[in-house]
Design a protein around this ligand. Structure first.
Ligand SMILES: [Zn+2]
Length: 347
């Protein structure tokens, strides 16, 4: 394959996938017979069953006891605090596996290929091989990506925290659509299209989480090659002055596409990867408080700390930020500043 071909290939793939998505949305607009949660609640309150029109399939009726069962699973799912959350988006990486059905985890082992080909802000696009269709376009949103753009955390460590942090996802396959998208919407770990219709036929108990395609992508997400590519992407993002241009979708560079497709990192990439790893370790060493050595504390710094601590107590959310910038002024790490606070009993 010629050099420029790979990028063109994925550009065309992205165009087709988007077009397909628009078609699905159009069909969905026409759909009838969708059981929305507020309808379930209303009917149960009225102690009535419901008859839904299903287009070609004619009419299907659900009895009051059907609806009561649906409502019970709905309320149980909403109560489960381990999945999703009230105001935060995404689910922590490890919990996505725990919440998934064993059968999906098993099936994910049969998925042949996963290739990361595009990033758009905090959303990653993967091409995943399928059975009934050649490919599925799986999207993964890294909910903690933006937090680490402004942070001073070493790149390698930042990326490792991001990929194991909170995640939202979308897969266009039937399993996700009919079984899990509704839960993802409710649990705030969905990416559009959202689903408000209760999965009344296939997943009445609201059990499970990820389809085999998403599980395969999640496994891939923490691999060396993806972590390496994301290190470079985060570096790029940090070098930019603002957020604005980061929301545009960019097919990965030709060389990164090759890394994403390869079974393992090439020598040059592996060396670069180790460099990231090493820098992260070194920087962490440096930021550790210099134990056993009394630090020279200027009068100026003490005065500033005495002014900041009471404010930080009222607003703990900005404490770290304030102390970090104060440290920068005095050429000290956050850990140093914290050690000074402790030594001088300023808390
Ligand atoms: Zn899927």
């Amino acid at each position: 394959m010629k050099k420029e071909d790979l990028k063109a290939l994925f550009k065309e793939y992205e165009r087709q996938a988007k077009e397909e998505l628009a078609n699905v949305a159009a069909v969905r607009e026409d759909a009838r017979g969708i059981l929305k949660p507020e309808v379930i609640r209303r009917q149960v309150n009225k102690r009535h069953g419901i008859v839904l029109a299903y287009g070609m399939m004619g009419e299907v009726s659900y009895s009051l006891s059907d609806l009561k069962r649906f409502l019970k699973s709905l309320e149980q799912f909403q109560k489960q605090s381990h999945i999703g959350g009230k105001s935060v988006r995404g689910v922590p990486y490890a919990k996505l596996f725990l919440a998934s059905r064993a059968i999906d985890v098993e099936r994910s082992k049969t998925v042949r290929n996963v290739i990361l080909y595009q990033r758009k802000g905090n959303i990653l696009y993967f091409q995943v091989s399928g059975n009934s269709r050649p490919h599925y376009r799986v999207q993964i949103r890294l909910e903690e990506w933006d937090d680490y753009i402004a942070e001073a955390t070493p790149i390698f460590k930042a990326v490792n925290s991001i990929v194991r942090g909170r995640i939202s996802f979308e897969c266009p396959c039937g399993r996700h659509q009919y079984w899990y998208r509704y839960m993802a919407t409710l649990g705030k770990y969905a990416i559009e299209p959202l689903e408000t219709g209760f999965p009344k036929i296939r997943n009445k108990g609201l059990f499970g989480c990820c389809c085999k395609h998403v599980l395969k992508v999640l496994k891939e997400l923490v691999s060396n090659r993806i972590v390496f590519i994301l290190c470079k992407e985060l570096e790029k993002e940090r070098a930019k002055s603002g957020f604005s241009s980061s929301r545009k979708g960019q097919i990965l560079s030709e060389s990164d596409l090759r890394i994403a497709r390869a079974k393992k990192l090439s020598n040059a990439a592996a060396n670069a990867f180790r460099k990231y790893e090493k820098e992260a370790k070194e920087l962490l060493e440096q930021t550790k408080p210099r134990a056993g050595r009394k630090m020279k504390v200027s009068k100026e710094l003490l005065t500033a700390l005495k002014a900041i601590i009471p404010v930080a107590k009222v607003n703990p959310a900005i404490r770290k930020e304030m102390l970090t910038s104060l440290g920068q002024v005095h050429n000290m790490s956050l850990a140093d500043i914290e050690a000074i606070i402790k030594e001088n009993k300023l808390q």
